[in-house]
Design a binder for this molecule. Structure first.
Ligand code: NAG
Ligand code: NAG
Length: 423
């Protein structure tokens, strides 16, 4: 049998050959694409825009940065990328990219972190490493944050590169702020002509003043800021903004079942809420040491004044309406043998310190479940939090002037005095 060019069999044969070759070519092309031109998954954010910043310094300063960032997120209608809270030691502001690099190094998950939850591996090498910092989600410390009507994304690994990946952003979609100093900019929340003039180099703390509009004009999907620290750095004026800040500050009151229970037990041993006096003496930072003697003298005077108001000459005198205890919060290592604190203990030998309640602190180890990196013991990182809560439940409190930690206790103190907490 001969096959002529026009025969239907020949056409069928050719069709089969073509179909086969076409399929093969498509397969090869498709697999090449898959290997060499893997398409980048690009999320559509539907107009959602983001704001990120880099935290630094101690926990109270970080809370001030978070508060500023939340206000800014409201003003700009941007979702706030919330870093974790760093307990323990976190360096202060530093220039260039070093803050981002330091954050990345501290928070980048290590494969051994996850093996540490395995009880058979818990005694192995790095799981018992003693780092001088620990991160926990802010929401762990302040559960009311979820009630704030501000879009947030909580991250654990703090790094601009990581955020870029998370949001699938090109470089061109990121506006990267480069701070010149720790107080690089201040935001005025009023029309520009109503903002106070910035006198560059004229005793003004901030280098530059922005108004909300300046930042609203930035079209980038992500605004990555560096430092956020400074009281009133993000301006709050007018009824609406002031009310929003009150809500933000209330949400940033400690609320967590573990730390609440430990605090309640200590407060109970102190005689109950509002039934003792508290002072905070900040020692660890040279900034406060110059005034230390003065601060302590003022705090003794404050305690005496409070006792006199209740007709007590001695804290435990029978003349008092009710006998009063005194609580001393301090970062001094051994408060009772510290020479600087001697005048306070001479006057009030029975003043209580956190060490007196060490038998009540072990439940704090439960925080290990949310803490990174894994540690043999996490309770020690939580102690300053407990100290501030115990102080804030006192009848009256006096802190160290200029200490952000003291200022936060004073704020907690007034929140706890309000009806919501006075059960
Ligand atoms: C705020 O941003 C969202 C997108 O994240 C958008 O849907 C909404 O319209 C914006 N609101 C205002 C007042 O611009
Ligand atoms: C108790 O009150 C009396 C009368 O006011 C006073 O003389 C006495 O010194 C007070 N005692 C103490 C320990 O404060």
């Amino acid at each position: 049998m001969t096959i002529t060019v026009a025969s239907p069999k020949y056409v069928l044969f050719l069709a089969i050959i073509f179909f086969f070759l076409f399929s093969l070519a498509t397969f090869i092309w498709a697999s090449t694409i898959a290997v060499y031109f893997r398409p980048i998954v690009k999320y559509d954010h539907n107009g959602e825009k983001f704001l990120a910043y880099l935290p630094h310094s101690g926990l109270s300063n970080q809370r001030n940065e978070l508060e500023n960032a939340l206000m800014l997120a409201i003003y700009l209608n941007r979702t706030l990328i919330v870093p974790p809270a760093f307990l323990g030691k976190l360096p202060g502001w530093h220039p260039g990219n070093s803050m981002d690099q330091d954050m990345t190094r501290k928070t980048e998950p290590q494969s051994w972190w996850y093996r540490c939850n395995d009880k058979y591996a818990i005694n192995d090498g790095p799981c018992n490493e003693k780092t001088d910092y620990l991160t926990v989600p802010w929401e762990f410390l302040h559960e009311d944050m979820i009630e704030l009507d501000i879009p947030m994304r909580h991250i654990r690994h703090v790094s601009t590169k990581k955020i870029q990946k998370l949001l699938s952003l090109d470089d061109s979609e990121i506006y990267q702020q480069q701070d010149k100093s720790m107080y690089s900019w201040v935001l005025c929340d009023k029309p520009r002509d109503q903002c106070p003039p910035v006198r560059v180099g004229g005793g003004n703390k901030y280098d530059d003043q922005w108004v909300i509009e300046d930042l609203q004009k930035i079209p980038h999907t992500l605004i990555q800021l560096q430092g956020m620290f400074g009281s009133n750095r993000v301006g709050v004026s007018g009824q609406e903004h002031l009310e929003l800040r009150t809500k933000v500050q209330e949400a940033l009151t400690y609320k967590n079942p573990i730390i609440d229970a430990v605090t309640a037990n200590i407060v109970n041993e102190m005689g109950g809420k509002h039934s003792y006096l508290a002072v905070h003496v900040r020692m660890g930072n040279r900034q406060f040491l110059g005034n230390l003697q003065n601060t302590i003298a003022q705090e003794i005077a404050f305690l005496e004044h409070e006792l006199a108001k209740m007709e007590c000459k001695q804290p435990s005198s029978t003349n008092c309406t009710s006998p009063l205890k005194i609580y001393l919060a301090t970062d001094a290592r051994n408060p009772r043998t510290n020479a600087d604190l001697a005048p306070l203990f001479e006057r009030f030998p029975d003043a209580a310190i956190l060490d007196d309640f060490s038998h009540l602190l072990s439940p704090l180890e439960q925080a290990a479940e949310v803490a990174q990196p894994p540690q043999e013991s996490v309770a020690r990182f939580m102690l300053p939090i407990i100290e501030s809560m115990v102080s804030a439940h006192a009848k009256a409190f006096m802190g160290t002037p200029g200490s952000t930690y003291s200022r936060y206790i004073a704020r907690l103190h007034s929140v706890y005095q309000s009806s919501k907490y006075s059960d």
